[in-house]
Structures are given as C-alpha cells and as structure tokens.
Design a binder for this molecule. Structure first.
Ligand SMILES: [Zn+2]
Length: 468
C-alpha cells in the first residue's frame, strides 16, 4: 500500500487542502495495484506542441500539463506548459546557449505567436550548464517591454544584490580593486574543457551576467528589482494565478549565506579591499566566481565509474554533495491545475529531506505527479533517506552522461526497487550507460517501471492517468 498526496481542488485523486504552507499536503490511501514486470522502450508519452494552443484550444483529451526536457547535454533546461483552467508557461534553467538557440527559442516563439508569455523563468543556481541558455535568451529577448522572443512576467535568480542586506565594510578602494573586478568580468563564465563551442556560446559566457541582463532589460526580478532573495523562508510561495503557484523549498537561508561568505572571502583572497556593495560590477563578479567555483568543484575526481561498482547499493555509495553553488539551488514544488511537480535543480539531498519533512503529515511517502531528480541523477544528491520521503509515477533525469557518470545507476535502481502501487516511468533526455543498464534490470520488489530514453518531446502529465 502506498500513500498518495492529495491537494486542493482536483478531480478524484485530490481532496481537501486549501492553502500552501503547513497544510500543503493531505494524504489518503489508494487501493493497491498488482505488481508486475517492468516494460521497457514503449512509446514515449508525447503529444503535439502545446505551445501552439491558446487556453481555450485544448480539448478534454489533452493533458492538463506537459513538460519538455531539452537536450542540454550535461545541463538542465525544462519548459512547463499547462492548459485551462490555469494556462501557465514556466522555463526552469536554459542549459547551454546552444540549447536555447537550437531548441528553446523556437518553442518560445511559437508560444508568443499563440499569444502566450512566460509566467516565470527560474535560474536555479549559478552554474554555466544551467544558466548559459538563459543568458542567451535574455540577451536575445532584449527589454521586457519590447521582447524580441516572448514576454516574461517574472524571473527568479539569486545574485549578490539579492543576498546582501547591506554593503559590507571594507578598506579604501584603489586602482587594484577596480582591476580585480575587471579581470573577473573579463574572464566571464568558465569555459568547459574538451567541448566544441559555438560562437553564441562564447559570446554569452563573456562579460554578461544574468543579473546585468535582467536589470538592463527592466525585468520583474525576485518580485521587483532583484534585491530580495529567493529562499525557503523569505520567499516561500509565489502565486502565478488562482490555481497555480510555486512553493520554494530551497535553498535554506544558511546555504545562501555560506555562498555569500565564500564569495566575499574569495574576493578578499584575490586582494580586493574596498566595501562590497550592490552594483552590477559585484553582480558580475559574484556570478562569474560562483560559476568558476562550481565548475572546478564538479571537475574534481570523486565519483568512480559505475562499472567498477556495478552491484553497489545507494546506501553504500551515497556521498553527500559539498558544492556550495549546488546547495544554493532554487528547488520547488510547482502546483498547476492540481498537478504537483517536484523540481530539485542540483540541490543537496539533506536540505530537501529537511524541507519536505515539514510538509509531510505522515510516514507515507509524498507522491508527486513528476519528480526532476537533483543534479542529473548523481549519487551525491539523492540519498536513501530522501527516497523514503518521495515517490512519483514519473521521474525526469536530465544528463547525457558526459560528466561523472550522471545519472548514477545506484540511484536509478534504488528508485525502482521500492515497492509501489503504481508503475513508474523514468524519462531520460539521452541514452546513457546507466539508462541502458536500467533497461535490463528487474526491480527487486517486482514493481513495474518503464525506461524512456532520448525523451526530448513533450511529456504529458495528467493526474487521471497515474495508475493506468
Ligand atoms: Zn547541474
């Protein structure tokens, strides 16, 4: 028997909760489904581009919500689109500049032609593989009042101006301080090694922070002008419309403070002695140094090839992530049309555990309509304890396996090994060594699961089909 979370105002699967917050979740039990064998490689759960439809154009047979997981190589980029009664479009991360140029831009153009806008754009954290596509987007989109691609209502992004209440006292600014900031700015976002670069990739990485583009473009940023932070306590619920909202479950304020402190120390280490204030030059220095830090952190050896530990269990393999930039990830529950999606960015498992425990009224796992696994399915970001708290009929795993054997086979096996009263679908936007191995795997609990590889078209989310 598995418990299923039920939420306000939906059909037969959801009951009785009126507001987000402490009573965000309510539980009711569903009848068990017989367990069976997995099926692999069935037809992807796709439909025509919902971006072509305006709210009223959807028929009853069309899904209430669809998610596109773009081929962002080792990065992340997701577009979420829903139909009436809550027509919503949300972009979470943008992958690389090439991800935007070759995939996202056309979709957004079709949305705009259909009279739609992006209700929300989220830059989950400052990692070039998540943010470079957003730099390309905002660079191309220009000013918020005259968008070249599509209108944007709101942006979430934590820059240094968002994290600092006040300027930090320092010594006297001199020429070398200006040189230090200019040198950081000149370097821009780090350039990954061993990868071909398109001209647009180089152009977006050099000298333009997302903060500068948002300020220059007059976008509504973190409620207003970017000076407010997005975290699990200060900015817990973002209302999109009457039936759609985002509940921010991470980062915890302490994670942002740790990142901020690290960055200040880093500036001082480079020789900067002046006051640190709120200005675009500091926004630039923050983004570029954070991205460089994360780049070097993830490049460190530590994850050993899964082939060497083929039969290792997640409980033995799990090693908590220690990247401060990953810990600063904006992770969230998106509620749209009574569908609940868990997007974990590259967050730390321990932080997500803590946030979800406060929402969990019983020992039964929280069941979401879809879960985007943290950090591309890394075994450093999904713990056995987290898997005891959450489950879903759909998992989204975004990685081409280029770095660190993402996703980790230990995580994938641990997901499908749990008993369940429903069949799980694991969607991969690429075929990787781990997805191939999972395809040949049999769940220890005999739970049903399907492996969908190269899933880069729309994935339908309809709560009425959970147990189909
Ligand atoms: Zn990532």
């Amino acid at each position: 028997m598995t418990d299923r979370i039920e939420f306000e105002g939906s059909g037969s699967y959801f009951v009785g909760v009126t507001t987000l917050g402490e009573e965000f979740f309510a539980i009711s039990r569903k009848a068990s489904m017989p367990a069976g064998s997995k099926s692999v490689g069935s037809q992807p759960e796709v439909r025509p581009d919902p971006g072509m439809d305006k709210t009223s154009a959807y028929s009853h047979s069309e899904p209430m919500c669809s998610i596109k997981m773009y081929p962002a190589r080792n990065g992340d980029a997701f577009l979420i689109s829903s139909r009436a009664p809550s027509s919503v479009a949300i972009l979470i991360d943008g992958g690389y500049a090439a991800t935007f140029d070759q995939h996202i831009c056309d979709d957004l153009g079709r949305f705009a032609k259909a009279g739609r806008c992006l209700d929300l754009v989220i830059a989950t954290h400052i990692d070039a593989d998540h943010i470079a596509g957003l730099l390309a987007f905002f660079k191309k989109n220009g000013h918020a009042t005259r968008p070249n691609v599509i209108g944007v209502r709101h942006v979430m992004h934590n820059s240094i101006r968002s994290l600092q209440a006040n300027s930090v006292a320092g010594g006297k600014q001199d020429v070398s301080d200006r040189d230090i900031l200019e040198e950081i700015r000149r370097r821009g976002y780090p350039k990954p090694k061993n990868k071909p670069f398109t001209p647009s990739e180089i152009s977006v990485r050099e000298g333009s922070s997302l903060a500068a583009l948002l300020l220059g473009g007059g976008y509504c940023w973190n409620s207003k002008d970017g000076n407010m932070r997005v975290d699990s306590t200060g900015y817990p619920v973002h209302e999109i419309n009457a039936s759609s909202r985002v509940k921010v479950i991470g980062p915890a304020p302490a994670r942002l403070e740790a990142l901020c402190s690290w960055w200040i120390r880093e500036l001082r280490r480079l020789g900067f002695i002046d006051k640190i204030g709120k200005s675009e030059k500091f926004d630039d220095a923050f983004e570029f140094l954070c991205a460089a830090k994360n780049f070097s952190a993830v490049a460190q050896p530590g994850n050993i090839s899964y082939r060497m530990h083929k039969n290792r269990e997640l409980a033995d393999a799990y090693l908590p992530d220690d990247s401060l930039t990953n810990a600063s990830s904006i992770s969230l529950i998106l509620e749209v049309n009574s569908i609940h999606l868990l997007f974990l960015a590259d967050s730390w498992a321990s932080d997500t555990e803590q946030a979800l425990k406060s929402l969990k009224p019983s020992k039964a796992p929280l069941i979401f309509d879809a879960i985007k696994l943290s950090h591309h399915g890394s075994l450093r970001n999904t713990s056995p304890a987290l898997l005891e708290l959450i489950d879903s009929p759909r998992y989204l795993i975004s990685s081409n396996g280029e770095q660190h054997d993402h996703p980790s086979i230990e995580v994938l096996k641990a997901i499908v090994d749990r008993p369940a009263t429903f069949s799980r679908k694991l969607f991969f936007n690429y075929k990787t060594a781990a997805s191939r191995e999972l395809s040949a795997y049999s769940s220890r609990s005999k739970s049903q699961f399907e492996v969908h590889e190269n899933q880069v078209d729309w994935i339908d989310i309809d709560p009425n089909n959970h147990y189909a």
